[in-house]
Design a protein around this ligand. Structure first.
Ligand code: SAM
Length: 472
């Protein structure tokens, strides 16, 4: 039934509908009665339409704004508990034929160091990532059919999954590469990727075309329809995102929710994740030149309103954001964060020589993974290195079913505690371990099924004997 007559980009991201939604939000930003009705619907935890969410984003009634934040926080707790999934990006290559105006990898940049990891270098980088404690990676690459063809990406994935170092292993590889063909998506699926991530950058067609003046990425429809092709190729976990700062944030907020609605309606499952990257300073990029920057307050409101509008979709914030900003949005709906990230091609195994800067952008949160893990636990979050769902076949709508069943406490929570314990045992600093062990002890009480709890307690004891990777 799904896939039949899937609409084209200009239909599912209708410019007119977005303009009408913006007008609707603006007109109703002080409409207390309507805002109350929308909040009542949101409390049912089945999400909101893009128009309804727009009203909450625009709302100017102070008491209602506080209600919006409180509801986002509650939904976050109900659906994701206090678990935060950890990951790191791995940049494979910054060769790129596109002309993206905001990205220092654009083809006209002749002074940035161009690099592409060899398979030997990948082994070194991934070994270093395993030594930090990472189990989940997001692969990043520029678009270049000569330097980074799909065969190269597939070879890298194969290499990464094969690396075993001490108790380390990368158990889930997510991929963020340029829009491609159904055939290539099928190959990525066969290579065992987790989520396919592609940021739309902006849903505003005219701005999109200006921001991508040259290269294959210029094609708005091809880019916007990429997730439909990915799903046709068998990938059912897809990750959306816009790059905030490029275009009017209200327009892109409506656009991303319409994209999610489209996937749900025509593919039977909404996006697995939504990322909320903000434009950062980079080699020859000045974010202030784009004129659409958003404040931390607006950023927090966006996160809260996405959380309320699509409660079943995970939300990712990267090290583009500072510690304090991350702290603020974690409460409001973020379920995954990166830690200890490098945005250069190479840089985990050893620092890049200064004269060879290949970084995509400056990160704001420069802490090590261990510092991030400790910080999370001090705020009573459970950093999770879990990758079980996709390895147990719980992707797409099967993952959503689990989320909706309320059985997360007997599945995700045990997995989070067991993978955290693995981290503490194998990689954590002494102080981090002490805090973590106490936290795990306390968090065992969240598990409601006595048999599950018994198995977890047993596994936690056996970790000392070298046992690893037990999961529900
Ligand atoms: N080449 C692929 C593509 O075109 O989608 C992969 C993307 S790139 C490695 C990952 C993302 O980084 C981009 O989609 C973009 O949103 C983001 N990005 C690019 N330049 C940035 C900057 N200056 N600050 C923050 N994020 C940036």
């Amino acid at each position: 039934m799904y896939n039949v007559m899937s609409p084209k980009a200009e239909e599912f991201i209708s410019h007119e509908e977005i303009l009408d939604s913006l007008e609707y939000g603006e007109k109703n930003k002080e409409n207390r009665e309507l805002i109350d009705r929308i909040l009542a619907k949101a409390r049912e935890r089945r999400g909101l339409s893009h128009r309804e969410a727009m009203v909450l984003l625009d709302c100017e009634l102070e008491d209602k704004i506080q209600e919006i934040f409180a509801l986002a926080e509650q939904i976050k707790k109900d659906f994701y508990g206090n678990r935060i999934v950890m990951f790191a990006p791995l940049y494979l290559s910054n060769y790129c034929v596109n002309g993206c105006e905001y990205c220092p990898y654009h083809a006209k940049n002749k002074h940035i160091a161009r690099k592409k990891l060899t398979q030997e270098e990948i082994v070194k980088e991934v070994t270093a990532l395993q030594d930090m404690g990472h189990k989940r990676l997001a692969l990043e690459a520029g678009e270049d059919p000569v330097h980074n063809p799909i065969e190269y990406i597939l070879e890298c994935i194969h290499t990464i999954y094969g690396i075993r170092h001490k108790n380390g292993a990368i158990r889930r590889v997510n991929v963020n590469i340029a829009a491609t063909t159904v055939e290539n998506y099928r190959k990525l699926k066969e290579a065992g990727i987790g989520t396919y991530i592609l940021f739309q950058e902006t849903y505003h067609r005219e701005s999109y075309e200006k921001l991508h003046p040259t290269g294959p990425k210029h094609d708005y429809a091809y880019h916007t329809e990429a997730m439909d092709r990915a799903m046709e190729g068998g990938i059912d976990d897809v990750g959306l995102g816009v790059l905030f700062g490029l275009n009017n944030y209200r327009y892109d907020f409506a656009g991303i929710l319409m994209h999610a609605e489209h996937l749900e309606a025509y593919k039977g499952v909404g996006p697995h994740t939504i990322s909320v990257p903000r434009l950062r300073r980079a080699d020859d990029i000045d974010p202030d030149a784009f004129d659409n920057g958003i404040t931390d307050e607006t950023f927090a409101r966006i996160v809260a309103c996405i959380r309320i509008a699509v409660p079943y979709t995970g939300m990712i914030v990267s090290t583009r954001e500072s510690q304090s900003c991350r702290e603020k949005v974690l409460h409001l709906g973020i379920s995954q964060i990166s830690g200890g990230s490098r945005t250069s091609v190479g840089g985990y195994a050893g620092p890049e020589p200064e004269e060879e800067n290949s970084a995509q952008f400056d990160v704001s949160d420069n802490r090590t993974l261990d510092q991030v893990v400790k910080w999370l636990m001090e705020m009573d979050y459970v950093p999770s290195f879990c990758t079980a769902c996709y390895r147990e076949g719980r992707t797409g709508d099967r993952f959503m079913t689990l989320l909706k069943s309320g059985q997360i406490v007997n599945c995700c929570h045990p997995n989070a505690l067991m993978t955290l314990k693995e981290y503490l045992e194998d990689y954590a600093a002494e102080e981090t371990k002490a805090i973590g062990d106490k936290l795990i002890e306390k968090e065992l009480d969240v598990i409601t099924n006595p048999k599950v709890k018994e198995k977890v307690v047993d596994y936690l004891k056996n970790i000392h004997n070298g046992q690893r990777d037990f999961r529900f």
